[in-house]
Design a protein around this ligand. Structure first.
Ligand code: GDP
Length: 579
């Protein structure tokens, strides 16, 4: 075994319910059972699989002459969000991934999201085509490699399996990826391996592990070289435990870390340093094992002296003397790289990676982002958004974050919408729906603001006031009279603005053809500018003539529009001919 390579770090991704957790459980079971009989290992971010025991069978299958890697280090939290949240060296913490696809269900939204994220991070992966025990004609069997499984199954089963695999291969092809069943691949640098598995029956798991190991040591050698020196890791989970202080479940991917070292981390308030009080690794039984020094790659629990607001997914870097270099690196890794616009939605997420993941999906849907930041939704967020003028910007999208109680309270009296959730595509869908609704509202409002051609007569028997403002009873003859409408006389001269409309005791915004209402008209004097029994028209701006004509209004309204055009053309013969 070459000491120079560390364990490749593996993450499991895929759509919900396709079996990520089950596959991790089987893999963990295999390794734990081998190493420590009867032991229950507390999860601390990652667990190790000893590859030695799988080695012999692997030699011929994937052309490995020597097992060079000491094992595989699996990140315990599955999912593409976790994957993109865990960063290292500007990329993903995981060196390689398993994309789980339910062979019976095929591609689902999170399968696509996972593929896109893997592509973005340029992370090599294998596909675990899971739940092959649900394929018709399956003959019950457990704990077997995929190779051996085929010999135990009927032809009908093997044919059905192949059919489903073929569908999967086609689907990957649509996404620009060349895939094939792992044992039919000749060039692993060009084709992605699909390993048929069943987590439930523990079928094909060893095949998948061997594929990972083989690929890692053939194609990732440079990435997984053991680098000594000061420890560098990625914080996976942050827990504040009263008795212990702040504990960070961390994957140490480079160098070593000692008790008493100073550790630089990224907090809500920028980079900070704290002393390592204790380091634990998984031990036998339920207990964790305390260590004075640990080497990469390893999942560790670090206890820090200070209770800092550490951001999950951010780097943890050991320091000897100079903090500046570590701080620079932390700043670099924590940079939010999301293009922002003047108007747009506000996004909040629990960590950098998920913030980027959801922002990426939003921009793919052409939804602009005004602000993107890490943390729960606060009262401040609500008030900030509520002061925005752009209606389509009045939404906060919270991904894997909480809405704080004061924020909830503030939201009650604010016009700020909040969508929270932990599934990217559902959140995007909800946001799109909200935007669509708002657009329709705006469109409706615009329609209502557009003057509708209308004419009405002043009823001489209902003259209430003749000035400041004129208040008279009118009969609407055609179209719709609206508060705010500008009026003209039949000779085109100005006839005031409708300030209010009343029907009995109630004020109204509109009066339709046939209705008799009282109106107040500002800007003119009765008997001087306008007269009892006179017919007045709603002034229609030239810019809306085309739309009005296309709007399919009733004949009375259409006729009035033509009358208004005629009035206007006395002044300007081209009126209404321009768009
Ligand atoms: P995750 O959401 O991707 O982590 O999926 P889980 O591992 O929680 O699995 C979802 C469901 O599918 C659970 O009810 C599992 O028992 C079931 N499941 C997982 N793997 C298999 C499998 O290989 N065969 C069958 N029949 N069911 C499975």
């Amino acid at each position: 075994m070459y000491k120079s390579l560390r364990q490749p770090i593996v993450c499991v991704l895929g759509h919900v319910d396709h079996g990520k957790t089950s596959i991790l459980d089987v893999i963990r079971g295999t390794s734990v059972a081998k190493k420590e009989v009867g032991g229950i290992t507390q999860k601390i971010g990652a667990f190790e699989v000893d590859m030695e025991s799988f080695y012999r069978a692997s030699r011929t299958e994937i052309g490995m002459n020597k097992l060079k890697i000491p094992g595989l280090l699996f990140i315990d939290t599955p999912g593409h969000v976790a994957f993109s949240n865990m960063r290292a060296r500007g990329g993903a913490l995981a060196d390689i991934a398993i994309l789980v696809v339910d062979i019976n269900e095929g591609f689902k939204p999170q399968t696509v999201e996972s593929i896109e994220i893997l592509k973005r991070f340029k992370t090599p992966f294998i596909v675990a085509a899971n739940k092959i025990d649900l394929i018709p004609f399956f003959t019950n069997i457990k704990n077997i490699s995929f190779r051996d499984l085929q010999k135990t199954q009927r032809n009908e089963y093997n044919e059905e399996l192949d059919k489903r695999l073929y569908n999967l291969v086609n689907k990957f092809y649509e996404f620009g990826l060349s895939t094939d069943r792992y044992d039919r691949i000749t060039d692993f640098s060009k084709t992605i391996a699909i390993v048929p598995v069943s987590a439930k029956m523990a079928i094909g798991i060893s095949d998948a592990l061997l594929m990972l190991a083989g690929l890692a040591q053939r194609f990732l050698e440079r990435n997984i070289e053991y680098v000594g020196g000061l420890g560098k890791g990625t914080v996976i989970e942050v827990k504040k435990e009263e008795s212990l202080g702040l504990t960070l479940d961390t994957v140490l991917y480079q160098g070593s870390l000692k008790k008493g070292d100073r550790l630089a981390v990224s907090t809500r308030n920028g980079p900070a340093v704290s002393k390592v009080k204790a380091i634990f690794v998984s031990g036998k039984g339920k207990k964790l094992l305390e260590k004075s020094e640990v080497f990469s790659a390893q999942g560790i629990r670090v206890v820090l002296a200070d209770k800092l607001e550490v951001i999950p997914g951010s780097p943890a870097i050991a320091i000897v003397n100079d903090t500046r270099e570590a701080f620079d690196e932390i700043m670099k890794e924590s940079q939010i790289n999301i293009p922002l616009s003047l108007n747009g939605v506000t996004v909040k997420a629990e960590a950098l990676g998920s913030l980027e993941a959801i922002s990426y999906e939003l921009s793919k849907k052409d939804i602009p982002i005004r602000s993107a930041s890490i943390g729960d939704i606060t009262r401040r967020d609500i008030t900030d958004v509520s002061t925005l003028n752009d209606i389509l910007s009045k939404i906060i999208i919270g991904f894997n974050v909480e809405m704080l109680p004061e924020a909830r309270e503030a939201a009650l009296t604010s016009d700020t919408a909040v969508e929270t959730g932990s599934v990217i595509y559902s959140l995007i869908e909800a946001t799109e729906k909200w935007i669509q609704g708002k657009k329709e509202e705006i469109e409706e409002g615009r329609k209502q603001d557009t003057p509708i051609p209308s004419k009405f007569t002043i009823m001489p028997e209902y003259i209430f006031r003749s000035n400041k403002p004129v208040i008279v009873g009118v009969k609407v003859l055609t179209g719709r009279l609206k508060v705010g409408d500008s009026l003209i006389k039949s000779d085109g001269r100005y006839a005031g603005i409708i300030k209010s409309i009343r029907e009995g005791e109630t004020s109204k915004k509109f009066a339709e053809a046939g209705q008799e209402v009282a109106v107040s008209i500002e800007g003119v004097i009765l008997h001087r500018h306008i007269f009892p029994s006179e017919t007045l028209y709603v002034d229609v701006p030239e810019s809306v003539v085309k739309t009005l004509r296309e709007n399919n209004m009733d004949t009375g309204t259409m006729e009035t529009l033509e009358e208004i055009i005629k009035i206007k053309r006395k002044e300007n013969i081209f009126w209404g001919t321009r768009a």
